[in-house]
Design a protein around this ligand. Structure first.
Ligand code: DAH
Length: 341
């Protein structure tokens, strides 16, 4: 027994392997269910009692040694493996790179812009830092008029022509009309700023899309039909709108546009305050004063304007309960909006 153990130990220590197959044959030869160690363990049954302790220990040591050797051999062929590996297959397709997703505000903005592009509106942009003339005065907000307080302005510089963060994209109407004579048919997406408390329903930074159509003979009916077309493209073919009289300094008459949302679920009741109708934008016939402020003859030209909040529409479209989700950039939230846009 003693001899056998020693011989095996020498064999095990001396065993060399340079392939996985050889490692496997080592395992089978020494540690397998019919291997040399199994044989020794059965011989052990006939060892006299007084020697059992000694041989038992030696056998266990040998078995442990064999297991360690097996690991050593495995490691050695794996190391070798990486050195002798075949050249990489350069024709193999690369692993796909995960694509980001578009922000829901961008998705909705792009979709709205594309609906209006489809009926001949082009896109204009203007500065986020504006002066009083473009944000208020040219839009027919009289000085000291309370309508200026409706929009809590972030002022940057007080003066004859205050500098501030624009409170609405209507300022871009003025810039566009100062640049070009009618016909003008544009949509103006952009970021706006108001000094408001942040809550589930409002934020101090948000996005609007402004629309403007000025030409000879543009009527209120043209406006209504244009907005109905938009709502049907954006929501559903069957959508209905209603116009409620309202007030904006830059339009006369002015209206709020409501879309019929339905009253089927509890949520419908909550978000429509039990009416079934949801307000989605403001609109109106451009006040002649605005045209004149931009050197456009208000006797010759007329037109309509409208403005909507992109976050609000995104929240309606996707059932987002809190506007702050749109500003936190939590990937778990954003990844839900994988779309083609
Ligand atoms: N500027 C308005 C706002 O910020 C939205 C608006 C209402 C724009 C009526 C318009 C309009 O062009 O005609 O709340």
């Amino acid at each position: 027994m003693q001899d056998k153990i020693e011989r095996l130990r020498e064999e095990i220590d001396a065993f060399k392997a340079d392939s996985k197959d050889q490692v496997e044959s080592f395992r089978i030869k020494y540690l397998g269910s019919k291997g040399a160690l199994k044989g020794l363990f059965s011989d052990f049954k006939s060892v006299p009692n007084e020697l059992r302790r000694e041989f038992g220990q030696k056998l266990n040591e040998l078995q442990n040694r064999a297991k360690t050797r097996l690991e050593e051999l495995r490691d050695s062929v794996e190391d070798q493996g990486s050195e002798t590996q075949e050249a990489p297959d350069l024709t193999r397709p690369a692993k796909p790179t995960p694509l980001g997703s578009r922000h829901p505000v961008s998705i909705v903005r792009n979709e709205i812009v594309s609906i209006f592009s489809g009926i001949g509106f082009s896109v204009e942009e203007g500065p986020e830092i504006e002066d009083d003339w473009h944000n208020f005065t040219a839009l027919n907000f009289p000085p000291e008029h309370p309508a200026r307080d409706m929009q809590d302005t972030f002022f940057i510089e007080k003066g004859d022509n205050d500098i501030a963060l624009r409170t609405h994209t209507s300022s871009v109407q003025v810039r566009a009309l100062e640049r070009a004579q009618p016909p003008v048919r544009i949509v103006m997406p952009g970021r706006v700023f108001r000094n408001e408390d942040i809550s589930a329903r409002s934020h101090c930074i948000f996005h609007q899309i402004e629309g403007l159509y000025i030409d000879r003979g543009v009527s209120f009916a043209d406006m209504k039909q244009t907005l109905l077309h938009f709502v049907r493209e954006f929501f559903t073919e069957k959508a209905e709108i209603r116009l409620r009289p309202s007030y904006f300094p830059f339009t006369e008459p002015s209206a709020e546009v409501d879309v019929y949302w339905g009253l089927e679920t509890e949520t419908d009741y909550r978000i429509t305050k039990g009416t079934g109708w949801l307000e989605i934008m403001g609109c109106g016939m451009v006040d002649p004063n605005v045209l004149e402020n931009c050197n456009i003859d208000s006797k010759e030209y007329s037109g309509f304007a409208f403005g909507m909040g992109v976050e609000r529409i995104a929240m309606l479209r996707y059932g987002i309960p809190d506007i702050r989700l749109l500003f936190e950039n939590d990937q778990r939230f954003l990844e839900q909006f994988k779309t083609a846009y």
